[in-house]
Design a protein around this ligand. Structure first.
Ligand code: DGL
Length: 251
């Protein structure tokens, strides 16, 4: 029976999206799939990420009533192909671009992985709204999150990537779902005047808008989430610490 919402990321980033979805749709059942065997996606080839994501979504097509690509890199590499074949599918690009546009800023920094930056997707979407985009390859931030790097190192790396944009943009868009974990470091470097747009939040809000209307009808019971990963790594460790239901899922 198709009654689970599949949420996919390369690792921990998509948990930021999942938590928002669980909060707004507490009766829904979720599968969280972390493709940790292939993390970081941003350092792989477009073809490799596309193949992985198509494979993951295809494996769960008989149980997933909706799919959420909680990963900018996966969205730019595979979003178009998946949207046609596996509806309803939510990817992160359009909701994030819309949230940036809504911020009203004319000068924006897009922080993303190498593959997302190379795709140029945010530049071309935002150019249509007369927004000037400076893209910054912050792929190194993913490793900081996945390795749970110490605070000093996190701040140092964030500073080294963002010092050039300080004071030059009105909005900073976190176009990688991992970057929410570095919000306080990013905020401390770019300052309080800059508006920060989170792609995790933008994606979660667009899913909830589309799906929450059937939420009450779905069930009165609290929903369940199962956590799957292609490698016993961080998601496994979290499940050990917190008792979340985890299953290894080799793909
Ligand atoms: N969380 C992912 C994103 O939103 C990608 C991180 C990675 O694996 O490089 O882009």
């Amino acid at each position: 029976m198709k009654n689970q919402i599949l949420v996919v990321d390369s690792g921990l980033g998509g948990l930021n999206v999942l938590r928002l979805l669980q909060k707004s749709m507490p009766h829904r059942n979720f599968i969280y799939f972390a493709d940790e065997a292939y993390c970081p996606y941003g350092e792989k080839s477009t073809e490799c990420v596309k193949t992985r994501v198509l494979k993951i979504v295809d494996v769960f097509k008989h149980v997933a009533c909706a799919t959420v690509l909680a990963c900018n890199t996966a969205s730019v590499c595979a979003g178009d192909e998946l949207r046609q074949a596996y509806a309803p599918l939510f990817d992160v690009v359009l909701p994030t671009a819309y949230a940036v546009k809504q911020s009203g800023a004319k000068r924006v920094a897009v922080l993303a992985t190498k593959l997302t930056v190379q795709s140029g997707v945010y530049e071309s979407l935002l150019a249509k709204c007369d927004v000037d985009v400076t893209s910054v390859d912050c792929g190194e931030f993913v490793g900081l999150v996945e390795s749970n790097a110490p605070a000093g190192q996190r701040l140092e790396v964030v500073k080294s990537h963002l010092s050039d944009i300080c004071g030059k943009v009105q909005t900073v868009a976190l176009c990688c779902t991992h970057f929410d974990y570095l919000l306080s470091e990013i905020r401390s470097v770019v300052g309080c005047d800059a508006n920060i747009v989170s792609s995790s939040r933008a994606l979660a809000e667009s899913c909830v808008n589309a799906l929450a209307s059937n939420e009450q009808a779905t069930s009165s019971q609290k929903g369940q989430t199962v956590y799957l990963s292609s490698k016993n790594d961080n998601v496994y460790k979290i499940s050990q610490q917190t008792g979340l239901p985890f299953q290894p899922f080799v793909l």
